[in-house]
Design a protein around this ligand. Structure first.
Ligand SMILES: *Cc1c(COP(=O)(O)O)cnc(C)c1O
Length: 393
C-alpha cells in the first residue's frame, strides 16, 4: 500500500481536488509544475540555503534525559520550536514563496485562524519584498491581537472576513474568492497538508525536511536511522506529515498521531477528527471531518488554537483508515499538564499543540530501549497567556 499521493492527489480514498470550475486553472498550473520546480537545482539550492541561514536548520534532535527517565524509555525531541518564528510552519511558507516566484507570481494571499500561519506567510513576503494579503475572521482578529500586530509590522494587509461565523472557514472562503478573481498574478499559500491537490503533497514535501534530518541525526546518536516510534500532534497535519514522511514506507517505525480531544472526545467540545469524523469535503479535499448528520461542518474546539480544525489532511485520514498510523486523543487538561512538565524537567516551554504530543506518555507505555522521537512543533511564547490563565500563574 502507498502512503504517498498518487497522480490525482489521492491517498487511498482521500484527497483529490474538489474545487469550483473557476479555480481549476490556478490549481492546474500549480499541479503541472510543482514537482518539476522542486527538483530544479536552483530551487533546491535557494530553499536549502534559506532553511539553513534564515530558519536556522537543521534543528537539533535533543535527547530528553530527565523526561526519558520519568517514562522509562528513550525520548528524543525534534526541536522545531527553535525555527525562526517559533514553529515548523515557516518551512512550508519559505518553500511556497520560492514556488510562487518561479511561477512568476508577485502577490500572495493566505488565510489564518489563530494567526500563526499568517505570521509565517507575512514573514516570507517581507523577506522577498512581495505584496501580502492575509484573510482572517473578524472574531479571530479581535482575539489574536498580538499576531495581527506582528503581521502588520511585517508589512502584510490583514483583511477581516465578516460573513458567517467570522472565523477560519469564512476567511478561507474570502481567500478562495480573491484567488478566483486574481488567477494570473497571485499565489495562495495554504498552511497545512490540506486543500485541493497538489497542496497536501507539496506541503508534505516541504515539511519532509524534518524527517530527513531526524534520519541523519539519529544515525549519529543511536547508530540507526529509524526510531521505533515517531510522534506528532495533528491539526491539519503538516508538522506530522513532515515528521512521518521518510518513515511512511518503513513499517518497523510506528507512527503516532495525536489529536486534540478538547474537553473530552464526546463532550461536544473537541477536535478529535479521526475519532469523530466522517468522510466529507472540506477546503477542496475529500477527507475525514467532523460534521452533523446532515453534513454541516461542526465547530471544533481545543485549548490549542493550532489544533482547532474540524478536518485532517487526506494523508492522515488514510493513515488512520489503513491502520498504518496509531491515533491518540489528548484532552486540554492532559496537554496542559504535559506542557508544564516539560518546562520543569527539561527547561523547554512548548507550544500547547506540541504539549498534546508530549502527553501520550502518561498512558501509552513504551519499552525501556524503545527510541521515541517526538516532534516538538513549536515554542510556547505565543501561549503564555493561556498557561497563565490555566495555572493561575
Ligand atoms: C499550526 C501549528 C500546529 C498545527 O498545524 P499542523 O499543520 O497540524 O502541523 C501544531 N503546532 C504548532 C506549534 C503550530 O503552530
Amino acid at each position: 500500500m502507498s502512503y504517498h499521493a498518487d497522480e490525482k492527489g489521492y491517498y487511498g480514498e482521500f484527497g483529490g481536488a474538489f474545487i469550483p470550475e473557476m479555480l481549476y486553472p490556478n490549481c492546474e498550473e500549480l499541479r503541472q509544475n510543482y514537482i518539476q520546480i522542486m527538483e530544479e537545482p536552483s530551487f533546491k539550492q535557494e530553499f536549502q540555503q534559506l532553511l539553513k541561514d534564515y530558519v536556522g536548520r537543521p534543528t537539533p534532535l535533543y535527547f530528553a534525559k530527565r523526561l526519558s527517565e520519568k517514562f522509562n524509555t528513550k525520548i528524543y525531541l525534534k526541536r522545531e520550536d527553535l525555527c525562526h518564528t517559533g514553529a515548523h510552519k515557516v518551512n512550508n511558507t519559505i518553500g511556497q514563496i520560492l514556488m510562487a516566484k518561479k511561477l512568476g507570481k508577485h502577490r500572495i494571499i493566505a488565510e489564518t485562524g489563530a494567526g500563526q500561519h499568517g505570521v509565517a506567510t507575512a514573514t516570507v513576503c517581507a523577506l522577498m519584498g512581495i505584496e501580502c494579503v492575509v484573510y482572517m475572521g473578524e472574531i479571530d482578529i479581535a482575539r489574536q491581537a498580538p499576531n495581527v500586530a506582528r503581521m502588520k509590522m511585517l508589512g502584510a494587509e490583514v483583511r477581516a472576513a465578516k460573513s458567517g461565523s467570522k472565523t477560519l472557514k469564512d476567511a478561507t472562503n474570502e481567500a478562495i474568492r480573491d484567488w478566483i478573481n486574481n488567477p494570473v498574478d497571485t499565489h495562495y499559500i495554504i498552511g497545512s497538508v490540506v486543500g485541493p491537490h497538489p497542496y497536501p503533497d507539496m506541503v508534505a514535501r516541504f515539511q519532509s525536511v524534518i524527517s530527513e534530518e531526524i534520519k541523519s541525526q539519529l544515525l549519529e546518536k543511536e547508530d540507526r536511522e529509524n526510531p521505533d516510534y515517531v510522534v506528532a500532534c495533528v491539526g491539519g497535519g503538516s508538522n506530522a506529515a513532515g515528521a512521518f514522511y521518510h518513515y511512511l514506507d518503513t513499517p518497523e517505525v510506528g507512527i503516532i498521531a495525536v489529536e486534540a480531544a478538547g474537553k473530552g472526545i464526546h463532550s461536544g467540545e473537541s477536535a478529535a477528527t479521526s475519532a469523530l469524523g466522517k468522510v466529507g469535503i472540506i477546503h477542496g479535499s475529500k477527507t475525514l471531518l467532523m460534521q452533523t448528520a446532515d453534513g454541516q461542518i461542526t465547530e471544533p474546539y481545543s485549548i490549542s488554537a493550532g489544533l482547532d480544525y474540524p478536518g485532517v489532511g487526506p494523508m492522515h485520514a488514510h493513515l488512520y483508515k489503513s491502520g498504518r498510523g496509531e491515533f491518540i486523543s489528548i484532552t486540554d487538561d492532559e496537554a496542559m499538564q504535559a506542557g508544564l512538565e516539560l518546562c520543569k524537567l527539561e527547561g523547554i516551554i512548548p507550544a500547547i499543540e506540541s504539549s498534546h504530543a508530549l502527553a501520550i506518555f502518561e498512558d501509552r507505555k513504551f519499552k525501556e530501549d524503545d527510541v521515541v522521537v517526538v516532534n516538538l512543533s513549536g515554542r510556547g511564547d505565543k501561549d503564555l497567556q493561556n498557561y497563565i490563565d490555566y495555572f493561575k500563574l
